[in-house]
Design a protein around this ligand. Structure first.
Ligand code: HAM
Length: 445
């Protein structure tokens, strides 16, 4: 029989790697807690129209990368509906904000999420068709301060704090290629943008025929996308195009300047990149990306985000400015793994998997129940415990125990009768008798 493999672009996450995923998520949750964020869980399945309207029909995500299908009606009362596996979660969070009238509280909503997203991209290292994002959104009525540049700066400062907590270094002059780098830009308000796009179209008119076919198409459908083209031959033309900074109105300029001032005050390093426009249509004003040159190859954008002051209205909701980001968790993990490998290699260490506290070995099948009961008590006391099989010979039990645990606890007929186990600690080779009642304390030392 041929075997069945995971679908292209998806992957299984196996232990021990899953321990790293859990650690990253625990650190993120703790940082979110300290900044007043609460978790939101939205469905993986959404109406296709949510992304068409929210992310934009002309974006690569919506035009090429979504997993979309017409869902059959199951009953006469049901209509067939076009469904999509979410390619990102900002649109879903704003849908939930509108649907549950979270704006009616008058409060700012600070929401975070951790979960899978789906895009039909060409798979490569750091790029998958099912990938995970750790994201957060700050959204609310303008009266709650949701438009304030303080919110932009707080989100960026929180990201710096999260990366610090995960011990990912900041890029510095000496360490230019090892750390993270924040690039940001302002793409202007919903009134600045059309003026800029018109200027771009005009500037592209006479030169677009000299560009690659992709950029020729973008020049027609979505000229902003030309700016983040990686086509080497087109760079000279792109560099000469008008800059968004020259099209910002006074309010957008002041907003951006205030964000930069706060970042300076908080000691968050950044570079302004006038070409950073990002691939989703909902952005207004501040947009940003954090890149790392570690373990990611060409997929060096570890996270991205920005402000979306008009998204709620695009989805039929009330005015509710917002700002947020999503970290590519897969890419964050690859970065941490590359850092750990470099650290271990520099220290000349060999990788060791952490061991369990004890391996309870019944001497024969007759002690299975007693061994399981003892293991239950030790586990209830917080220890990590494995249980062996009484049909093993003693030598095999010792070998199995040493592979996974720091100590073996032997449970034979005598031991059960006297409620005293024989314990051997592998690191010291010491062997002793310990009463069942004291075992948890002794093994936990
Ligand atoms: P995005 O830039 O499309 O933004 O994705 C954010 C991050 O997700 C990227 O920087 C990257 O690390 C990761 N990512 C994207 N596609 C893949 C893939 N195929 N494989 C692995 N990782 C990937 C958004 O999704 C916005 N919703 C972010 C946001 C939140 N803006 C405002 N709030």
């Amino acid at each position: 029989m041929p075997t069945i493999k995971a679908v292209r672009g998806t992957r299984d996450l196996l232990p021990p790697e899953t321990a790293l995923w859990n650690r990253v998520e625990a650190v993120a949750r703790d940082v979110f807690r300290r900044y007043g964020f609460h978790e939101i869980r939205t469905p993986v399945l959404e109406a296709t129209e949510l992304f068409a309207r929210g992310v934009g029909e002309e974006t690569d995500i919506v035009s090429k990368e979504m997993y979309t299908w017409e869902d059959r009606a199951r009953a006469q009362s049901e209509k067939a509906q076009s469904l999509t596996l979410r390619p990102e979660n900002t649109a879903g969070v704003v849908r939930a904000y509108i649907e549950h009238k979270l704006g009616d509280t008058g409060q700012l909503q600070k929401l975070y999420y951790i979960g899978p997203q789906f895009r039909r991209e060409r798979p490569q290292k750091g790029r998958y068709r099912q990938f995970f994002q750790i994201g957060a959104e700050v959204i609310g009525p303008a009266t709650a301060g949701s438009e304030s540049p303080l919110r932009d700066a707080e989100v960026l400062e929180m990201l710096a704090a999260l990366l610090d907590a995960l011990e990912i270094p900041r890029a510095s002059a000496e360490n230019e290629f090892r750390g993270w780098r924040l690039q940001l830009n302002s793409v202007g308000s919903s009134t600045d943008r059309p003026r800029y796009v018109a200027a771009l179209r005009e500037a592209l008119g006479p030169v677009k025929d000299r560009m690659c076919p992709d950029n020729q198409r973008r020049a027609e459908t979505n000229p902003l996308r030309v700016l983040d083209s990686k086509d080497v031959e087109d760079q000279e033309i792109i560099d000469a195009l008008p800059k968004i900074a020259d099209y910002l109105d006074d309010a957008s300029k002041a907003h951006f300047a205030a964000v930069l001032d706060s970042l300076d005050a908080c000691g968050v390093p950044y570079t302004v990149n006038p070409r950073l426009v990002r691939g989703l249509d909902y952005y207004t004003r501040t947009t940003f990306e954090f890149t790392v040159n570690l373990g990611l190859g060409t997929q060096n954008a570890m996270l991205g985000g920005g402000r979306y002051d008009g998204l709620s209205e695009m989805l039929g909701g009330p005015r509710a400015p917002g700002i947020g980001f999503a970290i590519g968790e897969d890419r964050l993990i690859l970065t941490l793994q590359a850092l750990e490998e470099a650290r271990a290699a520099a220290a000349g260490e060999i990788a060791v998997t952490p061991k369990m506290d004890a391996y309870v070995a019944p001497l024969s099948v007759g002690q299975h129940a007693a061994a399981l009961r003892l293991a239950h008590e030790l586990r209830a006391a917080g220890l990590a415990v494995e249980v062996g099989d009484g049909s093993f010979r003693l030598k095999r039990s010792f070998e199995a125990a040493e592979r996974v645990a720091r100590a073996i606890v032997i449970v034979g007929e005598d031991e059960v009768a006297h409620q005293v186990a024989t314990v051997k600690t592998f690191a010291t080779g010491e062997q002793r008798k310990v009463g069942f009642g004291e075992l948890a304390a002794v093994l936990g030392e």
